[in-house]
Write a protein that binds this ligand. Structure first.
Ligand code: OXD
Ligand code: MN
Length: 588
């Protein structure tokens, strides 16, 4: 392996002072040893081996249950390079404020050195990371989420100097001494004080999004918070679609969608469910790989109806975090099929009954499961070049304003839709839930540099691609006057995917669509709202473009875009102006 890895490991162990250092090889035997260790010290609980073979429950510290965006920093030399949407700390301040928290932090613990690949072993787009951690739970999760161990050591051995170090320590798990710091210029990650997924599995959000987005800016590609799916149509053709949705907005469900039209030949295959790395191919199309090997999905709401494929996937070899369990050590969470059990042990380990008045599973409880257990995994999910994208969806959670689906006029307009997308917040991050916030390209918490520059980079990539994908906005979450969701969602989202496919197959001419000031909207007929039993009034609301709502929306977009000052690309400003002009035509 690259001697620089050994040097770095020596250097961090001189500060963190672990009792032992273990280099992970990723074998079953190693994993078994770690699991036994964690079962014996209570870090993991073995679940019912008949119902859930080789599955385990982990209960995290109750103060450590979600990503902590306010403790997440971009440590670039210049504050402007982090931009107005990131927390910034100078590398010098990080050295003074964060580094001391690693002093002796692994004393009495073992330090695991976890070499891993983001991407398939044979892909030219794959990248190497090495995470050092004092959490065996993190090691077991990294083994599911990445290609970990020997396969990465082999890459390092062949002389690759290009790897991203990530230092992780649980510290004392106090939010007062918790930091997740990224150094884009030196491509380094430090995380201390949290064992929770996105804060601690450093390959995922920290590397594959925050650091990789800056690599993509420098190298001409895109690292995106996107699912990738293959939509098979009755003629056997597969159309590849990527989708950016904020956390806990149904990305995993859409990526693994069970089609109600399967007997007619419409089917979804999963390539990825959280992250896409996108390159311009020699044919002028955008090609996407999924850099991950597993799914770290939100458990509550997952059931046989909303996501039967996920229910199958998590039935073995999976780690559950902060879910509830039954008397016979089966898992349970809110929204699971069947009646609510009368007795449970809740996510904190306390007895629970329906009268308790609390959630039995934490709203951000998760499963970690290997992608290979997904029954609808695409046979192309590890193709070295990735899959060619025909469409990109930007989705948010919006009770009003945004229709079920609409198509942008062109790439620049599509980038504007991504730049101004907004969503109501969820439990995936700490903080208030249900507040509308702008979340451009679903990358607000994950873009490692100035978001204005990021939009410029998107525009540039589109210029380099002769046939870029068509861009759509979707919203499954529109409500009626009583606050009820109008759209059934889940499997029925297939109707929207079919329309998207028709649109990209029809080329640039809009078919079955109505041109509005915001974009091209389908008719209720082509989506089939009547077959779903939706009233005409509900169908109207679903596709409505209300001028007053949109004027308010445009005003709010303006306030957001202003924050970027001279880093706002002119094309985005012009797109915003053009939207306002279409909403307020000059009277003649
Ligand atoms: C995730 C997230 O865990 O987006 O994927 O929070
Ligand atoms: Mn995510």
């Amino acid at each position: 392996m690259s001697s620089s890895v050994e040097e770095w490991v020596d250097e961090v162990s001189r500060t963190t002072r672990p009792d032992h250092v273990v280099w992970c090889d990723g074998t079953d035997a190693e994993n078994d040893r770690l699991i036994d260790l964690m079962v014996s010290d209570g870090t993991l609980l073995r679940l019912n081996d008949q119902k859930l073979p080789n599955c385990f429950l982990h209960r995290s510290n109750p103060q450590d249950v979600a990503r902590t965006e306010h403790l997440t920093f971009i440590c670039s030399e210049q504050a402007e390079d982090a931009g107005p949407t990131n927390n910034w700390m100078s590398p010098q301040d990080a050295q003074e404020r964060i580094w001391p928290l690693f002093k002796n932090s692994m004393h009495g613990r073992t330090m695991y050195v976890v070499p891993y690949l983001m991407g398939a072993a044979n892909s030219p787009y794959t990248k190497i990371g090495v995470e050092v951690t004092d959490s065996p739970y993190v090691v077991a999760n990294m083994r599911i989420m990445t290609r970990m161990g020997q396969v990465a050591l082999d890459r390092l051995k062949t002389g690759s100097a290009d790897w991203v170090p990530g230092l992780h320590s649980l510290g004392d798990l106090s939010p007062d001494r918790r930091f997740i710091a990224h150094f884009p210029e030196t491509r380094t990650i430090w995380s201390v004080g949290s064992g929770y997924g996105g804060n601690a599995l450093l390959g995922k959000k920290c590397y594959a999004l925050r650091i990789a987005s800056t690599m993509g800016r420098d190298q001409g590609w895109l690292a995106e918070h996107m699912l990738i799916l293959g939509l098979e149509s009755p003629d056997g053709d597969v159309t590849y679609i990527a989708g950016a949705f904020p956390s806990a907005c149904g990305k995993t469900n859409l990526a693994m969608l069970k089609s109600p039209f399967e007997s007619d030949g419409w089917k979804v295959w999963t390539v990825g469910e959280d992250i896409a790395w996108i390159n311009v191919g020699p044919d002028g199309r955008l090609w996407a790989i999924n850099p991950e090997a597993g799914y770290f999905g939100v458990a509550p709401g997952t059931n046989r109806k909303t996501n039967p494929n996920a229910m199958d996937a998590v039935s073995q070899n999976s780690i559950f975090t902060n879910v509830a369990i039954t008397d016979d050590r089966d898992v349970w969470w809110e929204g699971m099929d069947g009646p609510v059990p009368q007795r449970l042990i809740d996510w904190q380990g306390n007895p629970w009954t329906p009268a308790s008045g609390t959630k039995a599973a934490h709203p951000n409880s998760r499963f970690t499961t290997p992608a290979t257990q997904n029954p609808v995994l695409s046979t192309h999910w590890e193709d070295p070049q990735g899959v060619p994208l025909s469409a990109i969806l930007f989705g948010g959670r919006r009770a009003r304003t945004v229709p079920l689906v609409y198509k942008s006029f062109d790439w620049e307009h599509g980038v504007f839709l991504g730049a101004t997308m907004a969503s109501e917040t969820t439990a995936a991050a700490t903080g208030a839930v249900g507040v509308v916030r702008r979340d451009p390209m679903a990358m607000l918490p994950f873009c490692g540099y100035n978001m204005g520059d990021y939009w410029a980079h998107w525009l540039e990539v589109g210029k380099r691609a002769a046939s870029p994908p068509a861009i759509f906005q979707v919203n499954w979450f529109r409500t009626d006057d009583q606050g009820r969701y109008i759209w059934p969602g889940f499997g029925e989202n297939m109707r929207v995917l079919r329309w998207v496919r028709d649109q990209v197959r029809a080329g640039n001419g809009a078919s079955d669509g109505r041109e509005t000031p915001v974009g091209i909207v389908p008719t209720p007929e082509v989506i089939g709202t009547r077959d779903l039993g939706l009233s005409a009034a509900d169908a109207d609301t679903l596709f409505e473009i209300d001028r007053d709502d949109w004027l308010r929306e445009a005003e709010d977009q303006h306030a957001f875009l202003q924050k970027f000052g001279d880093r706002l690309p002119a094309a985005i400003r012009e797109q915003h102006q053009a939207l306002q002009d279409r909403l307020s035509p000059v009277a003649v």
